[in-house]
Design a protein around this ligand. Sequence first.
Ligand SMILES: [Zn+2]
Length: 184
Amino acid sequence: MPSIGLHLAVTLFFLAAVLKDAEYKPALLLLPFGLISDLDSFIGVHRATLHNLFILLVPLLVMIALKRLKVSTIKDRYLIFASLLLASHIFLDAFYNGVFLFYPFIEKSYNPLFWFGLKETGLSVLFTWIVPGNVGELVYVITPRPSVPEIPIIGSGIELVILIFALLTFVLKFRVKLSKGLHA
Ligand SMILES: [Zn+2]
C-alpha cells in the first residue's frame, strides 16, 4: 500500500496549494484528514471501515448540518478540503491493491488499474477495474478482515524524496506564521 509518508506528502502539497499563507492553523487541523483512514487497522476492518466512499460524505453532512443550524464555526471550504483529503487517501490505496469502496454494503475490494504512456503502437491508455481485488498474496483485499500485517512509514526512496519536497513546500508556504509561532 502507499506508505504513510506518501499520504502525508499528498496532504502537504494539497494544503499548501489551497490555503492562504495565513491559514496555517487550519492547515494543521486539516492535516490528519489525509491520514486518518488508516486508523481502521486498529478499529474496524482495514481498507474498509474508513476507506469507503461513504466516509467522504461525513464532512459534507457536517457542513449541511451546520448550515441548517445556522452555525458558522467551521468554514464550508475547510469541510470540502477535509472530504477531498479523505478521497486522496482512499484513491491512492485503491490504485495500490484495492479498497472496499462500498463497504459495508458491498464486501468487495475494488482495485482499479490506470496506465497512460507511449508504446511502439503510439499513445496508449489503460483503465480497468479488477473486482473483487485479486492481488497476489494479500488476502485482506479479497475478504474484509480485521487488522493488517504492516503499514509502511516510507515505502521507497521515491516516496522519501516526494515527502521531503512536500515538507519543504508546506514549511515555505506557511513560513511567516510558523516562525511567528516559534517566537511567540
Ligand atoms: Zn489507507
